[in-house]
Every structure is written in C-alpha cells, then in structure tokens.
Write a protein that binds this ligand. Sequence first.
Ligand SMILES: NC(=O)c1ccc[n+]([C@@H]2O[C@H](COP(=O)([O-])OP(=O)(O)OC[C@H]3O[C@@H](n4cnc5c(N)ncnc54)[C@H](OP(=O)(O)O)[C@@H]3O)[C@@H](O)[C@H]2O)c1
Length: 326
Amino acid sequence: MRLYVTGGTGLVGSNVIRLARQRGIEVIASQYGPLPEWAVDYQLDPLDLADHDGIRRSIRKYKPDVVIHAAAILDQIVMDTQRELCWSLMVDGTRALAEACREVEARLVFVSSDWVFDGRADIVDETSPPCPVNFYGVMKVASERELGAMDGLNYAVGRLAGIYGLNYAAPSLLRKENGLGFDFSVYVIHRLAAGLPAVVWTGPKVNDEAHPTLASDCADMLLRLAQHDGNGGRVDTGSSIFHCFGSECVNRIDLAHQIAAAFDADPSLIMPARTDQSVLDEMRHIGIPYRTRASTKRTAKALGRRAFNVKEGLAAFRQEWDEFWA
Ligand SMILES: NC(=O)c1ccc[n+]([C@@H]2O[C@H](COP(=O)([O-])OP(=O)(O)OC[C@H]3O[C@@H](n4cnc5c(N)ncnc54)[C@H](OP(=O)(O)O)[C@@H]3O)[C@@H](O)[C@H]2O)c1
C-alpha cells in the first residue's frame, strides 16, 4: 500500500507514519512547517493547504492508494481572527484533496474531531447530529458534509478526541507550558517530574471532560480505516463516520491523577484552579465544548477493536515515553 499523509510532522501524523513504516507501508508525507528533526525513511513533499493546485499536483504525482488527511490549523485564536484563510485551508483544501483522491482512485481518510459536538449532550454517537460551538468545529462539519456529498469518493471520516502522546517527527514541538493549545499530559508529566505544581484548569472555557486518546492508538485506528473496505465498512455503522476516541471518558482532574499514577509521580502536586483570566479574555468569543461523552461502540465493532481506556492508554504512553527518552 502506498500511503500519503498530510500533517506528517504533527502529533497525529507522526504517529500514523511511525506505525505505517513499522508495518512496511510505503509513505509520502506532506511537509509544511518545520522539517522532521532527524533523517526519515519516507518521502517528504512540501505542501501548503492554501495551494489547492499544489495539492492536486502532489496527489497526481504520487498516486497513493490511501490518503490520511491529518493536517489542520489547531490554533483557536488564528481560526477566530483569520476565518477566510482558515476556511480556504481547512474546507476548500480538504475538497481539493478529495477531488484529487477521486481522480486517482485513492481512498481518503479525513481526520475530524469530537468538537463537531457542543459538549452538552448526555452522550453522542457516530450518527448524532453535529452542533459545533466554534469555527474549528464548523469547518470540520463543513468538510465532513462536503465529502459526503461527493459522488464516487471512497472515504471515511475518523473523528479524534483529546490526543496525547509523543511527536515522533519533531519532539521539540511538544507543548509543555500551560496555555492555549498546550499538550495537557506532557505538561502534567513535565511539572510533576520536576517536583513542581501542575495547575489544572477546571473553570470555564475548558474541555473538562473528554475521551483522552493515545496518539499511537488512534494511529492504529486511522490505519484500520485506511484499509477498510469502503464507505460504511464491513459492519454497517450507518455512516462513513467513525469515533476513533479512547474508550473512556474522564475529567481533567481525574486524568491528571491517572497520569501521576502511571508515571509514578506525586499526585499532591496537582492543583485544580480556575482558568487563567488572560485565557478567558482571549477566548471570550470562542465556544469550547465543556464535556464530550461519546459512544465508540459502532466504530469498535467496525474496526475490530476498541481503543484503549485511560489506564491502558497511559500505561502504553509510559512505555513509549521511557523508550523514547532512554
Ligand atoms: N490534538 C488533538 O487533541 C485533536 C483532537 C481532535 C482532532 N484532532 C485533529 O487531528 C489532526 C492532527 O492534529 P495534531 O494534534 O496532530 O495537530 P498538530 O500537531 O498541530 O499537526 C497539525 C499538522 O498540520 C500541518 N499544517 C498546518 N497548517 C498547514 C498548511 N497550511 N498546509 C499544510 N499543512 C499544514 C502542520 O504542519 P507542520 O508541522 O509542517 O507545520 C502539522 O503537521 C487535525 O486534523 C486535528 O483537527 C486533533
């Protein structure tokens, strides 16, 4: 199989590529920002999602069997303040990629998000109507719908949630400072390992309860989707949408405590606190889903496995962490 990955230097993309290479899959990765921090055993192709002709050229050039489209803007402030640019990258860029996939008969796995939901329902499943509360969610829903409306496209939507893990292409990009867009688990691990308090925001404008998902675990699910046999898959899920989420929902304080336990760290350093005022000010126009509880049963049945629960995911993460930094 020849696999083309967008966002290959990102957290999700780097894990997809690592697993794909371990399985002997040929990989081409689009490259936008920083280069991988070491020599890689796959092809890199410079690509900006704003350059729609460039997207078509790249897909025509490599004629992959499957494309996993993980590239995206994740900065909520950029999305809120530069909507036209972000729409062009996220929605129009995804359509251009899908058209190119259809042309070369490649299967497309589009990476979407649990933030297509508002975080207020008791539980959502793969067929629940989306209800985004911010522009990021709107763009993900718009892309999902565009793909669904395209005749002759072989595709699946893999929604992800609360990703944590190692960036295997550029570990220096791991975000360990508390702030917008930081990596929660990496922050907690670094603080506790240094014997410093880990401040856990529990107030407004936080995604308090979610399904944390180890990046390497979701990479396995995305590769399963890549090799799935068409829209809807072996088991009829009723849609082409899959919830590649960790199989357990947890709030941030519990997650921080479970991280401490998995990394043999002192849980008394975990400090619940109200969200920083500066963040509240910055985010005042941006909705954040407060609590997203999702069913992953249909996806687990369709893909032949359920994702890790919190304890399993953190145990696997600890192993990856120790091996990586050894
Ligand atoms: N992280 C989460 O908790 C989470 C949750 C739900 C869904 N998701 C989805 O998962 C996917 C991957 O997220 P991630 O956590 O891996 O994010 P990430 O680490 O920030 O990676 C995003 C990737 O997008 C690429 N990118 C950004 N702008 C681009 C552009 N203009 N042209 C081409 N590539 C561009 C970046 O390339 P460079 O590295 O080269 O700059 C980066 O590799 C996204 O679709 C995201 O919406 C993530």
